[in-house]
Ligand binder design. Structure first.
Ligand SMILES: Nc1nc2c(ncn2[C@@H]2O[C@H](COP(=O)(O)OP(=O)(O)OP(=O)(O)O)[C@@H](O)[C@H]2O)c(=O)[nH]1
Length: 420
């Protein structure tokens, strides 16, 4: 990523240079006037340009048109701006304008660039039956580099959401034929939680209770039409920032901090309930409890840090092999558990034994060179006649099989054979 800063004040350039290096770590070019900015824009492609309005050789804001003519997003950083200039700049399609008021102004600029970079991977669905309104919202979102998908009523929005689960934000109008905004939100919240999808409601209706009703029904925020550019962007930004925060909290609560696979807490929260359902429906569930062989030796010989590197790569391999269809979690220390939902013990054994043999034949690269590591695993299945079984007893049976594998010499997968 490369940024262009067009600024004749050396002090401001130095502040921006420092903040960009600290927060973004990307390449920056500086131009002090329109002529040198023009030269740079002809030579290189920029992700975004941060520009002053008054330059020594062009003090009417000509730089903005130049930057936008190169299809480069433009952030205006200026000492002053009157109402007319503000309107003209927003109509031209700048990303945002920031007044040079204090150090927070410069920090805001840098945060905005960071957000723009991340926005490129954020998909937003706009549901509105009015083409004009939909296109307007789309153009605002595209100025901030979001990926935009459109739907012209509630029912098609619902279909799009089911087919594109990577959508992070839904912006929906209230009045729509078929399924209206409320109906859509109610349906959406049954399937998508707040950490999966954020929702902003829109309406031109003058019913004062609408905003509260939207939020009570599951929306994160509400905007009354017509709205100004700045308010729209601030609301979208705030909503996505809280989505990021909720997701971060979720990750901290449910993922193992070292390896990134699910943690023990998540595993129990999912499978304690599931096991009751499985027993009722008599569905298959097999657990494989894994333990890296002689791991203490790795720590003792190479140090704890290298031990950690082995754990990280081991977990990554487990995730690559099983993570797409099954649950991989770190049970504690060098023990992991894979829950094979829908598989019996014979099929689970085949998969786990293949993993064991691949691990044995492909050493793990660490900062102290390649290390050969093996794993032992114990497998146990929930069987039809074990109506009284709990998750704990199933794990105990897998643990017993793991013990057998260790006793038999390690680097082995054992199935728990008798249920005495
Ligand atoms: N580096 C590192 N080591 C850990 C971590 N958690 C647990 N361990 C170590 O894992 C080792 C487990 O050793 P043991 O339970 O004695 O078993 P083992 O050496 O793997 O031998 P067997 O299980 O009998 O094959 C201990 O030395 C723990 O300190 C961790 O997060 N990082």
């Amino acid at each position: 990523m490369r940024i262009l800063v067009v600024e004749d004040s050396k002090v401001v350039s130095r502040i921006l240079q420092h903040l960009i290096a600290q927060e973004l770590g990307c390449d920056v070019d500086f131009a002090e006037d329109l002529a040198s900015a023009k030269q740079l824009l002809e030579q290189k492609e920029y992700f975004v340009a941060i520009t002053d309005l008054n330059l020594p050789d062009a003090n009417e804001g000509e730089i903005v048109k130049l930057v936008l003519s190169k299809q480069t997003p433009c952030i205006v950083l200026t000492g002053s701006l009157d109402a007319q200039q503000r309107k003209r700049l927003l109509q031209l399609g700048i990303v945002d304008y920031i007044l040079k008021e204090n150090r927070f102004s410069y920090e805001y600029v840098v945060r905005l660039v960071d957000r723009l970079q991340r926005n490129q991977t954020v998909k937003v669905l706009v549901a509105d039956d009015s083409v004009v309104s939909r296109k307007f919202v789309r153009s605002l979102l595209e100025q901030h580099l979001y990926q935009v998908v459109e739907a012209d009523d509630g029912n098609s929005a619902w279909e799009v959401l089911q087919n594109q689960p990577d959508i992070q934000l839904l912006i929906t109008d209230y009045n729509m034929p078929g399924l209206d905004g409320f109906g859509l939100i109610l349906k959406v919240r049954e399937k998508f939680s707040r950490e999966e999808l954020a929702i902003i409601g829109l309406s031109s209706d003058d019913d004062e209770s609408l905003s509260a009703r939207f939020i009570k029904n599951g929306a994160n925020d509400f905007l009354q039409k017509p709205f100004v550019h700045e308010e729209f962007h601030c609301r979208v930004l705030n909503t996505l920032d809280s989505l990021d925060m909720i997701r971060k909290l979720w990750d901290q609560a449910n993922l193992d901090y070292l390896t990134g696979v699910y943690n023990r807490r998540y595993f129990f929260s999912q499978y304690e309930e599931l096991i009751i359902l499985k027993k009722q429906k008599r569905g298959a569930l097999t657990l494989a409890l894994l333990d890296i062989d002689l791991f203490k030796g790795v720590n003792d010989t190479y140090g704890h840090d290298v031990g950690d590197e082995v754990l990280v790569e081991f977990a990554a391999r487990l995730k690559r092999s099983f993570g797409q269809h099954f649950t991989v979690s770190r049970f504690g220390g060098e023990e992991f558990i894979v829950a094979f939902r829908g598989l019996n013990e014979v099929k689970s054994f085949a998969l786990m034994d293949k993993f064991r043999s691949q691990l044995e034949s492909k050493p793990i690269s660490t900062s102290r060179g390649e290390l050969s590591v093996t794993v032992s695993a114990g497998i146990a299945s929930l069987s039809d006649d074990e109506s009284e079984e709990s998750l704990d007893t199933l794990i105990q049976r897998a643990d017993k099989a793991l013990y057998d594998a260790k006793e038999a010499g390690r680097n082995l997968v054992c199935i728990e054979s008798d249920h005495e």
